[in-house]
Design a protein around this ligand. Structure first.
Ligand code: PEP
Ligand code: CO
Length: 437
């Protein structure tokens, strides 16, 4: 029998979300867009947008469809999402070794989690596009001088000078180039990952079959000029796709129902994450979920709670109950970082104990509400930084000065990230036992 044409095959496989017919990639421009840079030169921005629009997609539609299929398993209560990486990627600190250590850390954590979960672990790096940050204040004043806040390397520079802090659209091209190289490196490491896995299993004493790991990329869809320029129509799936990363998420500060970010994200067929913080009301969540996933398709939506260990028990149960009662086929995950930021002198930090407490509460609440605890979202690095406190190496406040390297939020270092993964493996273990029973 003749082989089906590849395009036909893909259409058959793609029974998921399709872009709504009333949507276009430019529609967000009619809405209010929070947290956008104030570019002084509109002409320069347009030139950059044209360059990006003419460049190749960063990720393949077939791989995004693969991620949707994996996430739909998690939505069906099988498996766990491990999402993690820097708060903000940096131009200055970029090198191949940094990508490799992040990759390897995700593999190592994933191996720990997989030994405990009944399903697969979905590896989702915060990488190759995580260059822009929402800020609570648009400007910063030091010694009587006021300048725009640092918004991530894709927008401006961290140094406190007028030249560095003025948003420059050409930085979008540098971010795009770094994302491209990062993805090439991830592909290279993926081909070598069997070797890495064998080594990691030996190091951690894990047993069980080695299986290939797909490493997907994700970032906050904050800079809509960038996202739009790299959005592409794909005829076989009859959909628009954001080709900057496999999964995009909407931040807690840009999730307004009628805002530009929700408008943009509702129309691309990628999996979409939605950060859910303490100010999110039940009604608002249900409306957002309906807007972003009107067809209620498993694999489309990932809700990312980020309440803080002190607030999670107050907010999460009613939100989970509401999505369950509404019969929504989505995944609930926890970001135990962003609600647990504390100050230590002039530094921002986070306690591993707060992070573990929020994760444990997430598992307990999910199980009490009859919801699958579907994943975690961490800010972490494979490097040996001293930005968060606690963990098995018992970092204390005095250690913060030693290697505090982040340009934005404090990250777990390698050892702390492994500590968290081991604790989560312990929380997942009852699942495996009940699956075997
Ligand atoms: C982030 O994930 O880096 C972030 C800014 O999170 P949130 O939108 O939840 O504050
Ligand atoms: Co952050």
């Amino acid at each position: 029998m003749a082989e089906e044409a590849p395009e036909k095959k893909r259409r058959v496989r793609f029974a998921d979300h399709q872009s709504p017919s009333d949507w276009t990639p430019v529609g967000w421009r009619e809405r209010r867009a929070e947290q956008q840079p104030d570019y002084p030169d509109a002409g320069a921005l347009q030139r950059v947008e044209r360059r990006l629009a003419g460049s190749a997609p960063l990720v393949e539609v077939a791989d995004i469809i693969h991620l949707r299929a994996s996430l739909s398993q998690v939505a069906n209560a099988q498996g766990f999402i491990l999402q993690g990486g820097d708060c903000a990627e940096s131009f200055a600190e970029f090198n191949a070794e940094k990508v490799r250590t992040t990759y390897k850390l995700l593999l190592q954590m994933g191996a720990l989690l997989r030994s405990a979960t009944a399903g697969e672990v979905v590896h989702l790096a915060r990488i190759a596009g995580q260059f822009a940050k929402p800020r609570s204040a648009g400007s910063e004043t030091i010694g009587g001088v006021t300048l725009p806040s640092y918004r991530g390397d894709a927008v401006n520079g961290p140094a406190f000078t007028a030249a560095s802090r003025t948003p420059d659209p050409r930085r979008l091209l540098d971010a795009h180039r770094q994302a491209q190289v990062t993805i090439e490196l991830l592909h290279a490491y993926a081909s070598a990952s069997y070797a890495d896995l064998a080594e990691l299993h030996a190091e951690t004493g894990l047993e069980g079959p080695l299986r290939p790991v797909s490493m997907f990329t994700s970032h906050e869809a904050l800079l809509l000029n960038y996202e739009q320029a790299l959005t592409r129509w794909d005829a076989p799936s009859e959909s628009w796709w954001a080709t900057t990363g496999h999964m995009l998420w909407i931040g807690d500060r840009t999730r307004q129902l009628d805002g530009a970010h929700v408008e943009f994200c509702r129309g691309v067929a990628n999996p979409i994450g939605l950060k859910c913080g303490p100010s999110l009301k039940v009604d608002e969540l249900l409306r957002l979920v309906e807007r972003l996933d009107p067809e209620n398709r498993a694999g489309r939506l990932v809700l990312i709670g980020r309440f803080g260990s002190a607030k999670v028990a107050e907010h999460l149960p009613e939100l989970m109950r509401a999505t369950r009662r509404a019969g929504r086929n989505l995944v609930w995950t926890i970001d135990p970082m962003h609600g647990n930021t504390r100050s230590a002198g002039a530094r921002k930090t986070r306690l591993v104990s707060d992070i573990l407490a929020e994760i444990a509460a997430f598992f307990a609440i999910a199980r009490a509400e009859g919801v699958h605890p579907g994943g975690m979202h961490l800010e972490m690095t494979g490097g040996d930084v001293t930005e968060c406190l606690g963990g098995s190496a018992s970092l204390v406040e005095e250690d913060l000065e030693r290697r505090y390297l982040t340009h934005c939020d404090p990250r777990l270092n390698r050892g702390q990230a492994i500590d968290v993964a081991a604790a989560v493996a312990g929380l997942l273990a009852p699942e495996r036992r009940s699956d075997a029973a």
